[in-house]
Structure formats: C-alpha cells, structure tokens
Ligand binder design. Structure first.
Ligand SMILES: *Cc1c(COP(=O)(O)O)cnc(C)c1O
Length: 390
C-alpha cells in the first residue's frame, strides 16, 4: 500500500476523513447539490447574505466590464488597480486606522504578515484556539511563541511575564487573538487583553474574521463596538465572510503597510485578486456601514437570539454571542458528530460536523452558522431536527 492510501485509510478508521460536496446553486438559505438534493444551509459564513445582494452583484458585473476578469500579475508588477487602492482607503477609514493592505485571502493575510513582522528575536503569545492561518503564520515566522489556554487571561499574564524577561531591546512582543472564535463562537475579553498589552508594552493583533459586519454600530467589528480601535496595532479581517466576496486585509499604521509591501511574501509572490472583487467589496462595505447594514444586523441578531433561546433546553451553556453556534455531541467523539451530521442531512439540513484537527480530539461538534437568510420556519424545523438527535 502506498503512503497516501495508508494515510487516507487511517483517517477513515478514525472517522476523520473529509470529502467535498458539489453545489449547483447559489449560496443561500438552501443549497441545491449537484445530485439534485436540496439542503437547508447552516454552514455559510455569508452572515448578511451580501454575496447575493443585487447592488453587490451589479457593481461586480460592471467592474468586470471595466477591468476584465483577472488582474494579470502581482500588485508589485502590473496588478495594482485603483479599485484595490480605493478599497484600502475605505477600509482604513471605516476601521479608523492609518492604512490598509489587502490580500487574496484571510489565510494569505496571516501567513504573509506575521513572518514579515516577526523573526527569531521576537515573541508571540496567542490564544490556543486561534485560527490555523494565524498559527501557520506564527510558525513560519520563526519567532519564539507560547499559547495560552483558550480565554485564560491569567495564563496570558504569566506568559507575558516570561516574555518580558526574555525580550531583547527593540524586539517585538505581540499578543494574537480572535474577536469571535471561529469554531466556538465565543468572544474574547478584549478590554482586559488591551490592558495587559499596555501593562507589558506589547502589541496586539486581532483577527475580526467573524465579527466584521456583525458587531459595532457601523458593523466594523468588536474593537469598534468596544471603542478600542486605537489599541489594536494589527487588525486582520476577511472579505470572504459577511462581506460576501473573497480576500483578506490588514489595517495598521502607514509604516507597517510600507513594510508589508516590501516583505510579505504572500502579497509579493501572488497574483492580485481580480480588481472587480475590490469594487464589489466597496459596495458591500457601504451597505454594511450604512442603514441597510443596521437592519441586516437587526435581523441576524433576531435569528441568533431566537435560535439560542429555543435550543437552551436541549443544550447547556448555549448563548447568543455570535452567528456561530457550536452544538456539542454528548461524548465529543468524531463518530457521534458524523452520525448527527448524517441524520440531519437525511432530514434536509446541512450542518457540518467539526472534528480534529480543526478542534481538539474529543471536542467534536456540529457547527451551526446563522444568517439573515434563515426564515423563522427554517429555524423552527432545524430546532425540531436537533431536538430529535440522540
Ligand atoms: C475564515 C478565517 C480566516 C481565513 O479567511 P479566508 O478569507 O477564508 O482565507 C482567518 N481567520 C479566521 C479567524 C477565520 O475564521
């Protein structure tokens, strides 16, 4: 047996093998699979439904007519189009930061910026449940690092003490956390993290992938909502979730942006995303930050509150903290999570099982993503289906 087959067989035995579903329709409350089956979609990060918004689609279409389909090359060669510059200006302004640099994805943002900012003389302290893109960026950078137990600020404090002793003059000490954690849906205690950062003269990198569009009066995320924007040194986000397109960005100081244009390898050595995406993303951001965004957020939070309240009696500790709702199996096994996924699929729902290594070995769960597209009737039928699982 060759090595690939051996690895696949092992994954299969451990119930950890993944496969793809071919979808033949738009992203929405329902997905039509290529095999003709329809499933209610509880797996989308398109929380506000903006990937289907008529104005977003219209600006995308018009921009393709103006700029064509592809960008042709890296931003540093012939691929830096004015819509990308305009998008960066808009994001910097909305996020109340000096500057912004966009990337082809959120993943590319993290693996580009962390190694560009940090080397072996620097120290990074991060929440253990940080997204894979952040962890890969940290490892690639060669910096010294320590993770603290999820949301455990006492341990963050003691790691910062350790780092202060070790720290060389002029080196960086960076804390990295997410605002909304992508698999647990809980939110970090940003105010306390900011005060620790100040106490230890560290810097703070915040990944707002799942909070942009959802938190803050203008939908600009958790730091915005808590009035802590100016305390965040590196503000990472994605255009791929509630903004409804694809791509990533960092808002930061002007000097950091200049450094990244010169050093971030995922920015330099990769073709720029199609300029039309940057045009459509501006439309999306305008919607998010104005009254339409307010009413979409209202609708989303109404759905989040309804679902969490209704699920309260069948699952402990469920709370309306974000649009991500983990639904834990009784024993945390991959086997049970997969069995539940299968049962729900049979009943017409697509609620993915999340397993190792995305979450810890005995932390398998279903992950429910709530969007504005879900009607009360769809939510009620999901609640009924979840209640029948055992
Ligand atoms: C989804 C996600 C990313 C990656 O963003 P993409 O644009 O999908 O590559 C980064 N960080 C977090 C926390 C995420 O959830």
């Amino acid at each position: 047996m060759n090595k690939s087959q051996q690895i696949l067989n092992q994954l299969e035995t451990q119930q950890l093998k993944r496969s793809l579903k071919a979808i033949g329709s738009r992203q929405g409350s329902q997905l039509e699979l290529a095999n003709g089956k329809n499933l209610y979609n509880f797996a989308s990060n398109d929380y506000l439904g903006l990937s289907q918004h008529p104005l977003v689609l219209q600006s995308f279409e018009q921009a393709i007519k103006t700029y064509g389909a592809g960008s042709g090359s890296s931003r540093l060669l012939a691929g830096s189009f004015s819509p990308q510059h305009d998008l960066e200006d808009q994001l910097a302004e909305l996020k109340q930061q000096q500057a912004c640099l966009s990337f082809s994805s959120g993943y590319a943002t993290a693996v580009g910026i962390i190694p560009a900012l940090c080397d072996k003389d620097d120290i990074i302290i991060f929440d253990k449940l940080c997204h894979a893109s952040l962890i890969d960026g940290i490892k690639l950078s060669g910096a010294k690092f320590k993770s603290y137990k999820h949301q455990n600020l006492d341990q963050l404090n003691s790691h910062l003490q350790w780092a202060s002793q070790l720290r060389k003059p002029n080196s960086r000490l960076i804390i990295i956390t997410e605002s909304v954690f992508s698999m647990d849906g809980d939110i970090c205690d940003l105010a306390s993290i900011v005060s620790l950062k100040n106490q230890y003269q560290a810097e703070l990198m915040l990944d707002e992938a799942h909070s942009i569009g959802i938190f803050g009066k203008t939908g600009m995320g958790l730091a915005h909502e808590l009035n802590l924007c100016s305390d965040i040194n590196y503000h990472i986000g994605t255009l791929s979730k509630s903004i409804g397109l694809s791509g990533g960005y960092l808002t930061c100081s002007k000097a950091t942006k200049e450094l990244l244009i010169n050093k971030a390898r995922s920015f330099i050595y990769s073709t720029a995303p199609p300029p039309a995406i940057a045009v459509a993303a501006q439309t999306s951001l305008s919607l998010i930050s104005h009254c339409e965004g307010l009413s979409l957020r209202d609708k989303l939070w109404t759905n989040i509150n309804y679902l969490t309240t209704q699920l309260g009696p069948i699952q402990n500790n469920i709370s309306p903290t974000s649009a991500i709702l983990p639904f834990f199996t009784k024993d945390g096994s991959a086997q049970q999570a997969l069995a539940w996924q299968k049962e729900l699929e049979k009943q017409g729902f697509w609620v993915p099982a999340i397993r190792y290594p995305t979450v810890g070995l005995n932390q398998s769960r279903l992950r429910i993503s709530i969007t504005t597209q879900h009607t009360r009737a769809i939510l009620d039928s999901l609640i009924k289906a979840l209640s029948s699982l055992n």
